[in-house]
Every structure is written in C-alpha cells, then in structure tokens.
Design a protein around this ligand. Structure first.
Ligand code: HEC
Length: 104
C-alpha cells in the first residue's frame, strides 16, 4: 500500500467510525440512561433491549409514538425518574423512535 492510500484509509476510518456507533446510543450514554437501562440494568429498570421489544408494536403508529413520548417525560410525584423528566420533547421523541425501531 502506498503511504498516501494508507493515510486516505485512516481518514476514512476516522470519519466513518463515529457514524457506525448509533448516535442515539451515544446520546443515551451521555444522558445517563444506560446507568439504569444498561446491561445489567439497575434496580427494576428494564434494559434498552426490553424497552425496544415493548415499544416495537408502535412502529408506524404515530399516535402511539406521541403518547409514549409524552408518557416518558411525564412528571411523577413519587417514583419518578428525573432523567426522564429532564428530557426535552425533541430528545424524548428521538429516544422513543429509536426504541420503536429496535434500539440499536
Ligand atoms: C435512575 C434510573 C433511570 C435512568 C437514569 C433512566 N431511566 Fe428510564 N426507567 C427507569 C425505570 C425504573 C423505569 C421503569 C419505570 C416503571 O416501570 O414504572 C424506566 C422506564 C423507561 C421507559 C419506559 C417508560 C414506559 O413506561 O413506557 C423508557 C422509554 C425509558 N425509561 C427511557 C429512558 C431514557 C431515554 C433515559 C435517559 C434519558 C432513561 N430512561 C434514564 C429508570 C431510569
């Protein structure tokens, strides 16, 4: 391999790597979702995979997706999850759509 090709490949790798890791998974990490929903999950939190299989039936159902988004951000006086309540409407919708699409 000529050195120039090698550099080009490295550059290509650097560009494509962050894209192949799911952007929503990164956001989930950043928002601390995985500290409860990771594997193993914390306490009674379902894993992301469990949530994805629970949400899969909402695929293509916009009304249901809207409902799940609102439900996620809802404030609960007792037993609420601050990380859920802190999500913006846009972030919550992104997570719900990501889970509905399989959570990968
Ligand atoms: C402190 C722990 C904790 C953190 C952090 C957390 N969750 Fe949760 N989450 C839970 C628990 C516990 C449940 C189950 C609630 C229940 O069954 O009533 C849950 C439920 C859910 C549900 C299902 C809601 C439903 O009833 O349909 C979704 C979706 C979800 N979490 C997404 C997220 C996302 C996205 C983040 C990151 C922004 C996040 N969670 C961060 C603990 C957490």
């Amino acid at each position: 391999m000529r050195p120039r090709d090698c550099a080009a490949r490295l550059l290509l790798l650097a560009i494509t790597l962050p894209v192949t890791a799911s952007a929503s998974m990164n956001l989930a990490l950043e928002k601390g979702c995985l500290s409860c929903h990771g594997t193993p999950p914390r306490g009674k939190a379902p894993t992301m995979a469990e949530l994805a299989s629970r949400y899969a039936s909402a695929k293509g159902n916009e009304a249901e997706i809207t409902k799940l988004t609102a439900h996620l951000r809802e404030h609960h006086l007792f037993g609420g999850v601050p990380a859920h309540e802190r999500l913006s409407a846009e972030e919550a919708e992104r997570f719900v759509r990501w889970l509905v699409d399989g959570g990968r």
